[in-house]
Structures are given as C-alpha cells and as structure tokens.
Design a protein around this ligand. Structure first.
Ligand code: AMP
Ligand code: MG
Length: 332
C-alpha cells in the first residue's frame, strides 16, 4: 500500500471520506499529537487500529468529533459541571470521559461503560471530522510504546506502507497528548495530565481531583499503566540536583564509543558546556511543544539520551514530567 501525505483540500476530503467509509485507517493532524483514526462504529475498523499499533487490547481509545457534533448520540448523561468545561476548553486539548454504553463499537472502550470524547481544535482535524461526519476513534499515531508523533513524517516513519493517508497539518503546537478528565463522578478527576491543567479545570468546575492508582488496583485509565513514549535508544533520567552524575554518564558513554545527548531545559546550556544537547526550552508550554520532537530527533543519532528533569513543577509541567519520566522507563 502506498502511504500518501496530503494537506487538506476538497480532493483530500473526498479521499478521507472514502477510506473511512471503507473501514480503513487514516492519520490526521491535531493540536496535541497526530492521531490514527477509524470509524468508531465499525468493529473491524477499530480492530485495525489496535493491530497496526500493537496496542494492548485493554487500553481504550478516544473518540474524536467535530465541534457541532450532537453529543447525545455518544453519551448517556453527564454531571452538571460538564457543559461549563466544554464551553471553557473545547475545541481544545481536553478529553472528557462520560458515562456511555453501546453507542459505538464495544472495542473502543474495551467493553467498559464509559466513553472518552475529544473535540480537537486543529483546523485540519475539524475539516476531516466534518467531512466524514462520523465519530472517529483515534489513539496517537505511533507504534505502541514508541514516542508519540508530532509531524506527518513521524507518522510516516512508523506506518509507511500500512495506512493509505496522512492528513498533514505541519508540526503539532501542543506537543503532548490531551488531558484526560473523568467526568463520571461528582468531582472531575484527571486521569492523564496535559495542557489543560488541574488549576484551569478547578477554576471552572469548582474542584478537580487527580487520579492516583492504588497498589494492586485495576487502573481507571489503562494507558497510564503502560510503558510509553520511549525513544529507540538507551535513556537515563537525573534529578535536577544531579547534574554532575548526568555529565559523568555522558563522558562514560562517549569514552566507550557511544554517542550521548543531554536533554534538559535551556537554563543549563552553560553547564552542559560543549556536550551534545537537546534543548527543551524554558517554559512548560515550550517543553511540551519540543519534548517528543527532540526524542524522535535524538533517537536517530544517539546511543544514549540522558535527561535532566527540569526544576519547575505544577501546571503544564505535570504533563511534561509525566511523559519525560515514562520515556525514560519510569526511573529517576
Ligand atoms: P492515546 O490516544 O494513545 O493517547 O491514549 C488514550 C488515553 O486515554 C489512554 O491513556 C487511555 O487509557 C485513555 N482512555 C481512553 N478511553 C478511556 C475511558 N473510557 N476511560 C478512561 N480512560 C480512557
Ligand atoms: Mg498514545
């Protein structure tokens, strides 16, 4: 199969519609990361997504719709705070988990009684969703466990010859996956941190919890339990106050014939001092925007990426640090 990368125009809209109606999978730009989409009502099409990605069968998918889609076709009621959250943050990088059963393929929610719904703000995503006018189940368009894709080329690198079409909208501005918010209870609860922060949600809904998986518990959002986002080279992660250790490891890797890179915030440029560096930037937004791009870039040349945790915490950094720690295998 030939994989075409196309910008959005009337011809591309017809192509996308043709593929989605035939039960095929199409990748598309969003403001967070690229998505790998199929008709959420079609069991075989949804199954294809899991197979293509090598995604564990118990990790549910997010359904994407355009901004005028009638939500009552997808959900069974909602808590009283949910409409205000939609008004404040959608279209945008917030996924809402609603009570729902049997509105789309049971494979989307892995047999559960909730449905995660997202309304992306990317104009390409909106045009695509409007053209097909069906709910599109879509996880990130990367092979399972690999770094999420933030350019059409990243999608191509993972799925060349396996999908017919990538809807190219350029680089993703957000850079990390959407905030996933459980809205099935009295107080909304963050299942996955992202660019819409706990503080932003609490300011609209009055309160907002953060889900912590208890030991031995079946996770509410299975995705958070999997190793994720990893580059195809060795990684190591150092705490902000362990820079000397990071530099030692860099020098050891170089002495043994490897190629090391240090991934860290801009403030450390002078300390890194001539060594190869992947510059995360200075603000939470900048670091979210650059993280996956740098991991994908780094893995092409590095034998080892040594990350130094940025100092800042809270807000957008919760999402950035969560992805960074998991890209490095979960250990500091
Ligand atoms: P991805 O699209 O690859 O970024 O992954 C989607 C994320 O949303 C994963 O972490 C899933 O576990 C989570 N998710 C999707 N649907 C649900 C749901 N119904 N309930 C809880 N989490 C969900
Ligand atoms: Mg993903």
């Amino acid at each position: 199969m030939e994989t075409e990368i196309r910008g959005f125009d009337a011809h591309t809209a017809r192509l996308a519609k043709k593929y989605i109606s035939a039960g095929d999978v199409v990748a598309f730009h969003t403001e967070t990361v690229y998505g790998l989409g199929a008709d959420a009502r079609n069991d075989d099409a949804v199954r294809k997504i899991f197979t293509l990605k090598g995604r564990p069968a118990d990790n549910p998918l997010i359904v994407h719709v355009h901004k005028d889609y009638d939500l009552s076709q997808l959900i069974d009621g909602e808590p009283s705070y949910a409409p205000a959250l939609r008004k404040a943050f959608l279209p945008g990088p917030l996924t809402i988990v609603y009570p729902s059963i049997d509105k789309v393929s049971r494979l989307v929610s892995c047999g559960g009684n909730t449905l995660a719904v997202r309304v992306p703000s990317s104009p390409i995503a909106q045009e695509f969703l409007r053209a097909v006018n069906v709910p599109i189940a879509a996880p990130s368009a990367n092979l399972s466990k690999h770094v999420s894709p933030v350019t059409a080329q990243h999608v191509y690198d993972d799925f060349q010859g396996k999908i017919p079409l990538i809807l190219d909208g350029g680089a993703c501005s957000g850079g990390i996956e959407s905030t996933v918010l459980d809205c099935t209870e009295e107080v909304p609860q963050i299942l996955r941190a992202g660019l819409v922060t706990r503080e932003m949600i609490a300011s609209v809904a009055g309160d907002c919890g953060v889900y912590q998986m208890a030991a031995g518990e079946k996770p509410k959002s299975p995705g958070i339990a999997y190793k994720h986002y990893s580059p195809r080279c060795k990684t190591a992660l150092f705490a902000p106050d362990c820079i000397a250790g990071a530099l030692n490891l860099y020098d050891e890797e170089e002495c043994s014939g490897g190629r090391a890179y240090i991934l860290c915030e801009s403030a450390l440029i002078s300390v890194i001092n001539g060594r190869r560096m992947l510059d995360l930037g200075a603000t939470g937004e900048e670091m979210a925007n650059r993280l996956y791009f740098l991991l994908r870039d780094g893995e092409r040349d590095a034998t080892l990426i040594i990350a130094i945790k940025p100092k800042e915490e809270g807000g957008v950094m919760d999402g950035v640090l969560n992805r960074l720690v998991r890209a490095c295998g979960g250990k500091v």
